[in-house]
Ligand binder design. Structure first.
Ligand SMILES: [Zn+2]
Length: 77
């Protein structure tokens, strides 16, 4: 017991907290990556729950991708 012991304890504490800080940063980066990947896939996906039904012909289409049908009164032509 003495100064040498204290130095060893200080080094262990430093290494412990440095490793924990790095793990925390890595975890945050992973979560950020996952979140961005989810946002990208959500933007690419065409969710069926947000499909818009044509009030005239009843055809479902993704928002912004409405196609005109054969009906003369289709609102999407
Ligand atoms: Zn239509």
């Amino acid at each position: 017991m003495g100064a040498g012991f204290l130095v060893v304890v200080a080094i262990i504490a430093f290494v412990y907290f440095a490793a924990r800080g790095r793990a925390e940063r890595l975890r945050e980066q992973m979560q950020d990556l996952l979140r961005r990947a989810n946002e990208r896939s959500a933007a690419n996906r065409l969710p069926s729950e947000s499909m818009i039904k044509c009030p005239t012909c009843g055809t479902y289409s993704a928002p912004g991708q409405q196609r005109a049908c054969d009906r003369a009164d289709c609102p999407y032509r």
